[in-house]
Design a binder for this molecule. Structure first.
Ligand code: ZN
Length: 66
C-alpha cells in the first residue's frame, strides 16, 4: 500500500485516521481506505466531516552517504 494513502489528519482537532487501524467503534473496519469510508462518517473526536481531513504525507528517509 502506498505510504501516502495511510494516514489522514483532522484539520480541526488533529485526530489522525490510520487506514491500517480503521475506526472499529464507528463501524469502519481496519484497512478501510479513507475514500471508502461512508459520507456520514465524522471525526470521532470533534465531529468534523470528511472534508475537514487532510492526507498526512509521510516522509521516507533516504540514506545517501552509506
Ligand atoms: Zn477532529
Amino acid at each position: 500500500m502506498n505510504e501516502e494513502l495511510r494516514k489522514y489528519k483532522c484539520k480541526v482537532c488533529g485526530y489522525i485516521y490510520d487506514v491500517l487501524l480503521g475506526e472499529p467503534e464507528m463501524g469502519v473496519k481496519e484497512g478501510t481506505l479513507f475514500n471508502d469510508i461512508p459520507e456520514w462518517w465524522e471525526c470521532p473526536v470533534c465531529g468534523a466531516n470528511k472534508l475537514k481531513f487532510k492526507i498526512v504525507k509521510t516522509k521516507i528517509k533516504k540514506y545517501y552517504n552509506i
